[in-house]
Design a protein around this ligand. Structure first.
Ligand code: SF4
Ligand code: SF4
Length: 382
């Protein structure tokens, strides 16, 4: 189902144990992390016969940095396999959960000059994947130019599409262009019900998204016998963790297939980061603190090895470099003495500074490490 249970209910459901006597299961290592306990702490508490609820109550409020210290971990960039390029904040939608406050009134978009620097930078990193995002990246007048450059360099290109933009005037031939370029489309569809999607993303978004999906299906996207990959993205409608990705994918495939004739390849679940417009909405509802606490309590040390910032870099519309899209939204630019910006140093000098660089962390990082973990490629623990 689209509305997920809370994390303790999730543990109970998976363990099959009653809520009043749920003992931490040490043999099932994937059950442990959602408690936020280190493995040694969990062993200790289990030996004392503590239940999960009692253990969670014993958790001290720790910062993300203290959680890392407790685990003896340090987040550093190991490599750059993916470069995420944010083409700007212009978007045809204004979704409630948007962490970059994108919308139709935003004017920040990447120029062709910055794109040329980004192309050079990608070449220098040797990254195999270029992840093009926004806003609605398709609204940038140089979007097609960038995609063509990247695919002709034999990179795997991902375009993060909100789907409805594909129906906008002037974009009639855009799906064919994406198919010709063999671009992977990762598209937001935060539920398989009209009510939930429209609530989060605006009136008539669901039906328009289905229309765009049907057009993509007709071109071969999401079909078993095609190389054109269509990935859908789920994110919770409110202050909750996403449900298990694999289970939700089964529901999505069944319902979208049976009720609407839509096919797609895979579903990614993403945890909402408590920043931007989503954070403002939580504050208005007095839910910000409880959501942050939920993320903290669900801290899962096993996700630390896989957080996306370890192998990814993010470029903003104006050419600054960030550990990830969330750090970009928060303005945590990379650089020791001054923010690193394309064009101010050579691409090679920038790459040398980035490998092995310590990641800039903050409370929002708990959204990446809660439960099964979260990234632009879905959960971190499968
Ligand atoms: S969440 Fe995506 S589609 Fe919605 S406003 Fe933000 S960038 Fe646009
Ligand atoms: S928010 Fe960014 S920096 Fe923090 S863990 Fe997630 S990907 Fe890494």
């Amino acid at each position: 189902m689209c509305n997920p249970p809370d994390f303790r209910a999730g543990i109970r459901a998976r363990s099959g144990l009653p809520s009043d006597g749920l003992t931490i299961l040490l043999r099932q290592s994937d059950e442990l992390p959602v408690t936020g306990l280190s493995v040694s702490q969990a062993h200790e508490l289990s030996a004392k016969g503590k239940t999960v609820d009692e253990s969670v109550q014993q958790l001290q409020h720790l910062s993300f940095s203290e959680c890392l210290q407790r685990e003896g971990a340090c987040l550093r960039r190991d490599a750059i396999h993916t470069v995420q390029i944010n083409l700007g904040r212009l978007c045809n939608q204004s979704c409630h959960h948007c962490h970059i406050d994108a919308g139709p009134q935003r004017t920040e978009i990447m120029s062709r000059e910055t794109m040329m620097l980004a192309v050079e930078f990608v070449r220098c990193t040797g990254a195999g994947t270029v992840d093009v995002t926004g806003g609605a990246p398709e609204m940038n007048p140089n979007f097609r130019w960038l995609v063509q450059r990247m695919t002709s360099d034999q990179r795997h290109v991902i375009v993060r599409s909100n789907l409805t933009v594909l129906l906008e005037a002037g974009n009639e031939d855009l799906p064919e262009f994406l198919a010709k370029q063999q671009v992977e489309i990762i598209a937001s569809l935060p539920c398989y019900t009209e009510e939930n999607v429209d609530k989060q993303r605006g009136a008539s978004t669901f039906m328009r998204s289905l229309e765009a999906l049907r057009n993509l299906n007709a071109l071969g996207y999401g079909q078993d016998d095609s190389a054109l990959t269509l990935t859908l993205v789920y994110n919770p409608n409110g202050p909750a963790l996403p449900p298990a990705q694999e289970r939700l994918e089964i529901d999505y495939k069944r319902i979208l297939g049976e009720q609407y004739g839509i096919a797609f390849n895979r579903l990614l679940t993403i945890t909402n980061s408590p920043i931007g417009r989503f954070a403002s909405g939580l504050r208005k509802q007095n839910e910000y603190n409880s959501y942050c606490l939920l993320l903290e309590k669900a801290f899962n040390p096993a996700t630390l090895r896989h957080v996306m910032c370890k192998e990814q870099i993010s470029i903003s519309w104006d050419g600054f470099l960030y550990d990830c899209d969330f750090n970009q939204a928060l303005g945590y630019a990379l650089g020791n003495e001054r923010p690193l910006r394309l064009g101010e140093l050579s691409a090679r000098e920038i790459v040398l500074q980035l490998i092995g660089h310590e990641i800039t962390i903050g409370p929002h990082c708990f959204a990446c490490t809660a439960g099964a973990g979260s990234s632009c490629q879905g959960t971190l623990q499968r």
